[in-house]
Write a protein that binds this ligand. Structure first.
Ligand SMILES: [Zn+2]
Length: 235
């Protein structure tokens, strides 16, 4: 380790230990102290923890969303310029937002450091917060799963989910149920269930040739199924 990094880490560690409250999620503390560059603030430690555990973040975010359920009268719609590729977030809509201290991804209260449960007995959410750290990490996974390809490869023991062969360097992330089909065939499913199509249950890493072939089949299906009577909201 370079002197520069050792010095920086010593300072970060000192700062972190000074600002860590007596009650703090143990797993986050262990994670933070094991980083090659130690996050200097508890909040940053929490963010780093979820960034490095996208699968856990995805699970928690969807579990929290289940607790909220969809707001009354809400249905998934593509507004102006909306895309079926973006996971629907009803609580981000001002009409359904739960107000300060609630997460705009899952709708549940946010506590200190963006944590999702009140470990500190504060009894009230942090009014300045509008995201859980876990939900931010989940949102990033849902919108840019390719950035987590290494993580997902490891979860699949480096095996291609289509061919069963070893994953190559060029392997790609695929939605088992393609997102256009989620919008076309599954959009009436209850909201928290919908999020699963962007999460781990619907993500797989497959080798490039298998992916190209799958995409070609899906493209055929997209053109074939366009019913002339009901214009599709996408091209
Ligand atoms: Zn949340």
């Amino acid at each position: 380790m370079s002197n520069w990094r050792a010095d920086k880490n010593a300072k970060a560690l000192e700062r972190l230990l000074r600002s860590l409250p007596a009650v703090f999620p143990a797993a986050v503390r262990v994670h933070a102290l094991a980083r090659p560059l130690i996050p200097p603030m508890p909040r940053r430690a929490v963010e780093s923890y979820w960034r490095h555990h996208p699968a856990r973040a995805d699970k928690i975010a969807r579990a929290l969303a289940r607790r909220s359920g969809a707001p009354d009268g809400w249905t998934w719609q593509l507004g102006d310029g909306g895309s079926f590729r973006v996971p629907p977030l009803p609580f981000r809509d001002p009409a359904h937002a739960k107000g300060p201290g609630h997460c705009c991804v899952c709708g549940q209260p946010v506590y200190r450091f963006g944590w999702h449960c009140d470990l500190w007995g504060d009894g009230a959410p942090n009014k300045r917060a509008s995201w859980h750290s876990a939900c931010v990490a989940a949102w990033k996974l849902w919108n840019a799963p390719s950035e987590h390809v290494m993580h997902l490869k490891r979860m699949q023991q480096h095996r291609c989910r289509v061919t069963g062969g070893r994953l190559w360097k060029t392997a790609e992330i695929d939605h088992r149920v393609p997102l256009f089909r989620v919008w076309r065939n599954h959009r009436a499913e209850p909201w928290p269930v919908l999020l699963g199509y962007w999460g781990l249950p619907n993500l797989q890493v497959i080798n490039r040739p298998a992916h190209v072939e799958k995409c070609a089949q899906e493209a055929g299906e997209r053109t074939m199924q366009i019913a002339p009577a009901t214009p599709e909201p996408f091209g």
